[in-house]
Design a protein. Structure first.
Length: 403
């Protein structure tokens, strides 16, 4: 009976996400020597495709480790002892940024929202006016453990206007919500393949503005000759004509990611974002109709990548998740880290599972799992409400196609 020796039949977690057959085939391709012209071309193609999703023509660095590498590299590259930074905290990832910066001797000013809410851009403007010494603003666009988003479209321009640089954690918004790096004047944006674009963890996507490069170059503490060094990538790869890497790259990850990006971009950026939005709306409608409570304080700040559901009183989310996994072969997520870990159950709808009726399977699993623990849940009402969001009209020649 045990199903612990293989992955769940359905995976709806906060990420890493399930990958498509085409992406899997991408990972299964031959492993060339990294200076094989075909591989150099593929690497540059990946950079170009990532830039397209970041909506930027500034430099994009593909760092060779899971997205936390890119986040840490950005912070270490821009932070100096004694400088002042504004950290915007609406959840656990935002909090982590503060810890990293304080460890580097940065004077960290923080604005903290409730963890089911988002940062108010007016507060950011006020803080920047009060503290003209702020050189850097750090914000998480999509707080995955809480399933909430921050208005980076407003925060980016406000920070830029005040002359501060920005670091944006866009790991779970990349490909699921707009990340308009150029239009919003974002200096460093960090993402990864393992969420909405449907790849696997192993790479960091980092876009860097000219101003951010200048700040990094003049920062004596910025990592150099290091796995954490963005400057190594700039000097040895980008500026040297993209002929030699600063160190050996993760060939298999590049192969698989390239396939994932192709599949994503063939659908179209706008269309893919709309699909994630639709899946998220269906999940929220289903959760509410089942009589459960969304963690996000307001619909407008709910993530397109993942839906966080408040754990009903007296129930252990860990017990419910583990029961749903063993009884129904469906993997849901808890709150991932720190203070969020036991507060929510999350339905992920990023990447391939943003398609088709996946939200229905996830909602049914959640509803039945909670019902098995005695929570009153209206599973049918939830399915009905979600289908009202997902339903599509019959195409004019649709019936004829099967005749
Ligand atoms: C997924 C994610 C990361 C990457 O960290 P993991 O080690 O994959 O959890 C960073 N920031 C955010 C907001 C994420 O969602």
């Amino acid at each position: 009976m045990s199903n612990e020796d293989r992955a769940a039949i359905f995976t709806y977690g906060g990420g890493p996400v399930t990958v498509s057959p085409r992406t899997l085939a991408g990972f299964g391709q031959p492993v060339p020597f990294e200076y094989d012209p075909s591989y150099l071309k593929r690497f540059k193609d990946v950079e170009r495709k990532v830039a397209e999703i970041f909506e930027t023509d500034q430099d994009v660095v593909i760092m060779q480790g899971e997205a936390v590498l890119g986040l840490e590299a950005a912070v270490k590259g821009l932070c100096r002892e004694g400088m002042t930074a504004l950290n915007l905290v609406s959840g656990i990832f935002g909090k982590l940024f503060g810890d990293w910066m304080r460890a580097l001797g940065v004077e960290v000013i923080e604005i903290e929202a409730e963890w089911n809410d988002s940062i108010d851009p007016a507060d950011v403007k006020r803080k920047l006016d009060e503290h003209p010494e702020i050189e850097l603003v750090v914000v998480v666009q999509s707080e995955t453990p809480s399933g909430t988003v921050n208005p980076v479209d407003e925060i980016g321009p406000i920070a830029h206007e005040a002359g501060a640089l920005t670091i944006v954690d866009a790991v779970s918004s990349f490909g699921g919500s707009p990340v308009r790096t150029a239009e919003w004047n974002l200096d460093i944006t960090v993402a990864g393949p393992q969420k909405c674009v449907g790849g696997s963890p192993g790479l960091s996507f980092v876009s860097v503005s000219d101003r951010a490069w200048e700040a990094m170059s003049s920062n004596p503490g910025a990592p150099r000759s290091s796995f954490l060094s963005l400057l190594d990538w700039k000097e040895r790869w980008i500026d040297a004509g993209r002929k030699r890497f600063p160190h050996v790259t993760s060939v298999v990850d590049i192969n698989g990611t390239d396939a994932a990006l192709d599949e994503f971009l063939e659908d179209g950026l706008e269309e893919s974002i709309a699909r994630h939005d639709l899946a998220a709306r269906a999940c929220r409608a289903g959760v509410e109709a089942m009589g459960l409570e969304l963690w996000a304080a307001r619909e407008e700040i709910a993530s397109h990548a993942v839906t966080a559901v408040t754990v009903p009183e007296g129930i252990s989310n860990q017990a419910v998740i583990s029961h749903i996994r063993s009884a129904y072969d469906v993997m849901l997520s808890d709150g991932e880290l720190g203070e969020m870990i036991d507060r929510v159950i999350r339905i992920g709808h990023s990447g391939p599972v943003s398609r088709s009726l996946n939200p229905i399977v996830a909602l049914t699993a959640l509803g039945q799992g909670l019902s098995d623990f005695g929570v009153p849940v209206e599973i049918g009402a939830g399915v009905e409400a979600a289908m009202q969001v997902l339903r599509q009209p019959v195409e004019e020649d649709g019936a004829a196609a099967f005749a």
